[in-house]
Write a protein that binds this ligand. Sequence first.
Ligand code: NOJ
Length: 553
Amino acid sequence: MINDLWYKNAVIYCLSVETFMDANGDGVGDFQGLLRRLDYLHGLGVTAIWLMPFQPSPGKDDGYDVADYYGVDPRFGTLGDFVEFTHGAKQRGIRVLIDLVVNHTSDQHPWFQDARKSPDSPYRDWYVWSKKKPTNANEGMVFPGVQKTTWTRDEAAGEYYFHRFYEFQPDLNTANPRVQAEILKIMGFWIQLGVSGFRMDALPFVIGTKGADVKKPVEQYDMLRTFREFLQWRQGDSVILAEANVLPETDMDYFGHDGDRMQMMFNFQVNQHLFYALAAADTGPLVEAMEATKPRPATAQWGLFLRNHDELDLGRLKPQQREKVFAEFGPDKSMQLYDRGIRRRLAPMLDGDKRRLELAYSLMFTLPGTPVLRYGDELGMGDDLNLPERNCARTPMQWSTEPHGGFTKSSKPVSPVISGGAYGFERVNAAEQRRDPESMLNWTERVIRMRKEMPEIGWGDFTVLDTGDPAVLALRYDWRNNSVVVIHNLDGKPHEVTFGLGLDDTAPALINVLSDDHSQPNDKGEHCLLLDAYAYRWYRVGGLDYLLKRSEA
Ligand code: NOJ
């Protein structure tokens, strides 16, 4: 059971083939380059890789505009290279998840090209059409400020088509049984080529009703069960990690009250409140978000992340909380995006302060769920705000001090490698950090190793321990007669806290698993800690004696 549900105690690393490593010297990352870097990822200790879209695409939304679901974009290699990669990953015990982008296709997809030609096209009903411009065409844009409408007239079709995202991304009519069957076929195809599951893009929109007369989309949750059932028949241990930025009250509808829908979802609620907590040194709203997202079936899991390839969406925070995060982490308009978020990478948001970065990642690794790291974060990579929209945080991986950070031998990388300044490849790169025991890379490797040895976090239940101090978050996880305690001081000042472990009769010691700094209880059985600015501690509860006593009890 423990090994079967591999995603409960996994460490996921997300990367884009395009910007990871270029092996053939054409300036574009490719599967052969990625294959060469598998030992780096293995050494880092990640247990799964999430690949962003790599299928043939015009690339107008970084591959989230797919033009062929059954291929590899020739810029990245061939299907053969892909299988070499999944095989190489498997040999190293690393699983592969891939993006499944089926809310929409590219407007260049042959289905759409055929559909627009004639109302009689077999693909016409694969998309969502309206003869007249719907009255709500100016509502529901995902990219406000950049996207003007959700309905665009297609001259060839003589009708308007619906697109939740950019106009070159026509929505698939996911209520059409043929489209649903095709989605399953796509999953089946990639499963056969060695993947362990999918990060499902824009899931609420995939299952929401669509059409000119739809005022408020209604989620068709049954579809989720169909996806899962199909996957489990094809390959029992494959999973779906849902991108669904929804309110906590609908979480269970996505996971399924019987645990029969999505195995994993990204925890956007915790993500946003975590950033508020870091900005304000106030963990109260974060604790509320954790409690609100606590209910989930035993087999389900949260994906816990800090930054991803999109903007940091702050839409679920209260206005004052949002203002606080903007003021602290993205005060300049150029750092903000779509009226709701911050487009920077984490390291510049935290001024490159290593204490704060460690604190933030320590939280990501120890909050309830499975951590999802973004490539380059293990080095503290920065962003390039001269690049438009979200591209600023999608620059190539910085491998070494060689030209273009060792990403490519070409003089024209697909996106400029960050050069010069505090985050340029000359100062931030994997080769140098590998040699420096104090580097972010080696720190990340150490905490990943320790995190994997703490399955209590991935599997167990958490209890928030009362420290009486909103700047300090203390959590205890219990699983199979073992407990671990993690403490974080989110403030830039030292804090002294006293707290009990909330365990019945005994008063065990706390054994620090990252340093020699253990804690003995006082005569009331409480622990009193002096925490430096941004300090974090990971403890195992009790020494061997205590653990033996507990397992006998
Ligand atoms: C969510 C993805 O994360 C984002 O990058 C993309 O633009 C949209 N979905 C559309 O596919």
